[in-house]
Design a protein around this ligand. Structure first.
Ligand code: PLP
Length: 356
């Protein structure tokens, strides 16, 4: 028998989550965001279940080519744009839409000789200050791009720094609408949080990422618990040993946890080398045989200890859910001082993945 840890990808949940996005933003086209290998779920595993989308958005040209090789013919958007002027020929060859965020990219487009034009997303920096042009530059750049024979359809886009925050969304949208006035093109601004909580940001194309995978863009699952979204990834393992701690004895490295009374505990085959957060403190929720209990002591590279006081029936071989449909990844993340996004992306390549 192999080590009992497995991640299961629920394809029905992916389809459901995409259809929920359609219902929330019925007049918008959808870029399903599958960067970072589909947030750790595996592009090859998930893209067909999401193929009801209008396009896929990602970062890496190799990921884009993989999608093309697998047969996806509809739009693909490169969210960080191209990284070198030589990339433009590949973008043309594979019909990739690209973001343009820096002046050197405009120069590269000016110099490029392409058999047919590329569709471009012009990125406005409304205050995130990572990628994009200042609002004051946009009119000039828009008209400059319009003149270039290598530029086809132009779309205006921006990205929120904190889309949960209503005040910020109002400010960004004010800047955005002033900037986009009299520019005649499609608009794309909404990520997951904006899709859920700010319908005035939906416009022509929405860009959902985390909600397609069934987690909250905020820190808390409760913020989306009534949305119908279903967690896509479940991380399961089993108990591989049982210990009875006597009062005062400890478990795991550094003796972080000491039993204050006789305590029945289980050792689970899962650790930070599988992608479980090393920072998870004693008290992180975990499910054993359908009962919610908690971790105790330090998270090791390959093992976790769990309290079995509430599950006296647990034995070697008992099933454990680390996160998934019952133990929400948002809850494991927030108690560990991180976010659901990071835990999904950090699923380790040594964890076997099953498709359901
Ligand atoms: C990652 C990303 C998204 C998706 O963000 P979520 O919060 O996962 O919905 C949307 N737009 C851009 C530009 C991104 O980089």
């Amino acid at each position: 028998m192999s080590r009992p840890i497995t991640a299961t990808i629920n394809t029905a949940a992916l389809k459901k989550n995409l259809s929920i996005v359609r219902n929330i933003a019925p007049r918008s086209h959808i870029w399903a965001v599958i960067k970072a290998n589909a947030y750790g779920h595996g592009i090859e595993r998930v893209w067909k279940s999401l193929s009801n989308t209008d396009g896929f958005a990602l970062l890496d040209i190799h990921e884009a080519l993989l999608l093309r090789e697998q047969g996806w013919q509809k739009p693909i958007l490169l969210l960080e744009g191209f990284f070198h002027s030589d990339d433009l020929n590949i973008l043309h060859q594979y019909h990739l839409t690209t973001i343009v965020h820096s002046h050197w990219q405009i120069q590269a487009l000016k110099k490029a000789y392409l058999p047919s034009p590329l569709d471009i997303y012009l990125k406005i920096n409304c205050g995130m200050n990572r990628l994009g042009f200042q609002p004051s530059e946009i009119h000039k750049i828009w008209h400059q791009l319009k003149e270039l024979r290598s530029v086809g359809k132009l779309t205006l886009m921006t990205h929120f720094a904190e889309a949960e925050c209503t005040q910020e969304v109002i400010e960004y949208m004010k800047k955005f609408s002033q900037t986009s006035k009299n520019l005649n093109g499609n608009i794309s601004v909404a990520n997951s949080a904006a899709i859920l909580w700010h319908p005035q940001t939906h416009f022509d194309w929405v860009r959902p990422g985390i909600i397609l995978y069934g987690a909250s863009p905020s820190k808390h699952w409760k913020d989306i618990e009534d949305s119908g979204l279903v967690p896509v990834m479940t991380l399961n393992s089993k108990i591989i040993a049982i210990q009875n701690l006597v009062s005062g004895s400890s478990v795991g490295y550094s003796h972080y946890y000491r039993a204050s009374h006789m305590q029945y505990i289980g050792i689970v085959a899962c650790g930070y080398a599988d992608g479980y957060p090393h920072h998870a403190p004693t008290g992180t929720p975990v499910m054993v045989e359908g009962i919610v209990t908690q971790t105790i002591g330090a998270i090791s590279m390959d093992m976790i200890a769990v309290d079995l006081t509430r599950c006296p029936q647990a034995r070697i071989g008992s099933s454990v859910e680390l996160w998934g449909e019952n133990i929400k990844i948002n809850d494991v993340a927030s108690i560990s001082g991180t976010i659901g996004y990071e835990l999904m992306c950090a699923l380790s390549s040594r964890v076997p993945v099953k498709i359901k």
